[in-house]
Design a protein around this ligand. Sequence first.
Ligand code: NDP
Length: 254
Amino acid sequence: MSALFSLENKRALVTGSGRGIGFLLARGLAEAGAEVIINATTQQGAERAAAQLRDDGHRAHALAFDVTQSSAVQAAVERIEEEIGAIDILVNNAGIQRRRPFLEFPEQDWNEVIAVNQTAVFLVSQAVARKMVARKQGKIINIGSMQSELGRDTITPYAASKGAVTMLTRGMCVELARHNIQVNGIAPGYFKTEMTQALADDADFTAWLTKRTPAARWGDPQELIGAAVFLASKAADFVNGHLLFVDGGMRVAV
Ligand code: NDP
């Protein structure tokens, strides 16, 4: 691994990393040398993922907390910093999806989507950035979505929340850059995980996706790792406020 991309002596917190994309990102950061903190909604889920990484020889810790709960977030960040060490890299990955036509979308579901996908990015970033500012270094990577760029039926609240992630990324970039903290985002296209299982099972959807995407296929979640390692590394020390699309070209195709 080139020293430019090495994460040796770095520590990363990845939210929602007990499974799915978050787990793969945590594993990718660990393979680049980072010590990682796995977060999930249950301690069992976090511990299972951390144990898997430890079995592969990585340094991994597990800490369950709900990213939408301000007091839980504050307590978790304090605990990590005191008991494990300074957080150098934060990946705001936790996210949920609810699919319903706009006219039928329940307010409760709207609130949940906004809480996990948007408010949590504010809460966790603020708690961690306060520590990073004191140390004058840090990397924050927000997992947005290519969906924030497109209008598509049944996911308006999700797309809106991810649009907010874009602007959280830009705003935090502007305020934190002077403290040597780089804030960037990754905007994935379509990747097969539990979140997209119903779509993956729908042959019509896959037919539409392959036609609509220049790369003509689903993304493999492993293909997000390079973007995260790059943005977390020294190679990205002057990359700030950027949203890196990993979508097989879908966003720019008509
Ligand atoms: P999954 O549904 O597979 O995993 C979601 C993760 O978020 C789980 O680890 C879950 O934890 C965690 N989570 C949910 N709510 C909370 C909470 N309140 N507190 C802490 N953790 C929470 O999703 P993906 O892996 O597919 O998605 C990961 C990210 O990537 C999301 O932000 C998503 O919006 C984004 N994304 C995904 C795309 C895709 O095609 N899959 C495309 C574009 C963006 P637990 O295991 O405990 O339930």
